[in-house]
Every structure is written in C-alpha cells, then in structure tokens.
Design a protein around this ligand. Sequence first.
Ligand SMILES: CSC[C@H]1O[C@H](OP(=O)(O)O)[C@H](O)[C@@H]1O
Length: 365
Amino acid sequence: MKIDGTPYRSVWVDQADGWSVRIFDQTKLPWSLDILSLTDEDQVATAIRSMQVRGAPLIGAVAAYGVALALRTDASTATLDRVVAMLGETRPTAINLRWALARMRGALHNLPAADRVAAAYAEAAAICDDDVETCRRIGEHGLPLLRDIAARKQPGQRVNILTHCNAGWIATVDYGTALSPIYQAHDAGLDVHVWVDETRPRNQGAALTAWELGRHGVPHTVIADNAGGHLMQHGAVDIVIVGTDRVTRTGDVANKIGTYLKALAARDNGVPFWVALPHSTLDMTVADGVAEIPIEERNPVEITDLTGRTADGRIETIRVVAEGSPAANPAFDVTPARLVTGLITERGRCEASEAGLRALYPDKG
Ligand SMILES: CSC[C@H]1O[C@H](OP(=O)(O)O)[C@H](O)[C@@H]1O
C-alpha cells in the first residue's frame, strides 16, 4: 500500500545491507511512522510480543525473517530448532505464526548448513510474496458481496460495512484481509463506508484501521465497540467483515476479543457476518474452536492504562481504571461457525463448515 505516494509492504529486507529486517512500529501509529530495523531473532520476538508488529499473517512473515536472522549467526540444526521453538512461543492464538515457522523449518532442515541462510531469506520472501497475492485475491472474492449490496441501494445510499480490530494491509504483508474487499470496492467507485470498532483495549481499530482507511480516502466512522449492535438494530450496517487469527476445520473463528459479540448482534439482526482469511490462517487439526484454540491472555495493564496524544502533541499513558482494581485481558474470542455467514478466502467464498473448507482446500491436511 502507498504512504504519501511511496509503496510499502509491512515487512521488508533493508536494501542497503541486504539482511536486516524492517517493520513499522505499530505501537507508534497513528501518531508517528517509525520504521524499526530488526537484526536478530530476539528483536523479532520482542517486536511480536510487544505488538510493535501484529496481525496474524504479518507476525508469521516477520517470524520467518527471524529464522533467517538467527541462522546468519549460527546455521546449525540446533539453532534452527531453537529459534523456531522460541518464536513459536511469542503469541499462542494466531496459527499463521506456527504455519510460517513450520514452513521455514521444512524448507531448511535438510539443507547443508552452508546453504541455509540464503535459503531462509528466499523462503521468507516467498512467504511474503504469497501473502501479498493471497490478500489481493481475498479482495477479489469479497468484492462481489459489496457489489451485490450496492446494487440494492438507492442512488446516494452508501454500503455500510462494520469491521472489528485491524485486518488491513498493516496486519498483513500488503492489502489486508477484511479490508482488502473494501479497498477494492472503494477503488472501483462503490460508495462504501466503514464503521470502525475502536477495539479495546489496544484500539487497533481507532489507531490502525482508521489510519489506514483515512490515508486511502475510504469514508469511515470510528465507534465504541459496544455501539455495533445498536447500529445493526437500526439498519445502519449492511454487512460485517472481520479478519481472523485461526479458523478450525469446522469453521469456528478465533479473532480479536469482541468479535463473538458482533456475530451475536449480527445474527439477531439478520446482518451477514463474513470472515476473511488466507490459507495460512486455517488450522485443519482443530475441530472445536471454543474448546481447543488457546486464547492469549495479555498484560492487564493494557486494560488499566490508555496511551494517546496530548493536545500539544506529547504521547502519554494514563490510568483509566480505579486504583487497586484488578483487570483481566483475554485478547481473542471464538465465534462458532453457526454464527458465520461465510468465509472469504483467496480461493473463493464458502460456508463456515468442514464441507465448505475441504471443497476449497482439498490439499490442506
Ligand atoms: C489479518 S489480521 C488478523 C487478526 O490479527 C489481529 O490480532 P492482533 O492485532 O492481536 O495481532 C486481529 O485479531 C485481526 O483480526
């Protein structure tokens, strides 16, 4: 995606030295565009844990480069196994992380140590290129849904989409998942508008989705997470499109905390609830998402404290919870397949079911 006319991906290898890895520090957005240079696997692990880099497909891609960085120092099998295990423990819910690391290990394990560094950078780059094309195609397969809604609108009426968290280009290598159809619809001239859930506690919607859409000129309105049901009751939402961190073979969907509540409100109001995902988000080894998907518990300080910009431009963090009150911070929830209208993938759309997924992905074990 372009920033001030310059095309960017969300992760790239520094052309100057040919090996260090660049990312945007997403904890500084939307206030500043800080580019970080990652030079070893520990810096990659910190960037993922602290959510300097986040988004299910993107953390997989960045972890893949973390393997390459580790092998630059020591290309032994012991190091390969160690760094795959270490990076795989940084965040438990998004399956893309383990998918990317398993792909890296599979590509490198049987190579001579001397060949591993070049092969690691090549495989990480291939993962990135695959994600870019995959997300572009997700947009293509989601666009007809928005065209169909637009066709039923009166002249001057907008297509109103609600999304939760950030599943845009900054959460992937490029294009995004949930936002990819929205970008393509906007670019095709459809009159779209996005209700952007602020997405407490880390405000990925208010800080990242709003930033992305604003830069691309997509009309949008930031709302409190709890406003979505009300808007749906009053006919202000035509469709919900969200991203996901893991989809089970039965179509259960793990995504940012609060997604399940959106799906309940959508079902109660007859609003289509679609989930956009790349193949790297599929976990065919799991059937019951509620019972089996590990839900990341993050630091309660993300609940008790809020970071923002003061009127005079200073970035500050303040406590917004009564002193002494404990907080709990589950970072994801699981929406059962029965509440999902359908899945938008790079291979097409399907129902949220094992039959639907196996028809699209007969090759996925
Ligand atoms: C295409 S991003 C998918 C998913 O990842 C985000 O989680 P986080 O911001 O914690 O990394 C969010 O749940 C998005 O929907």
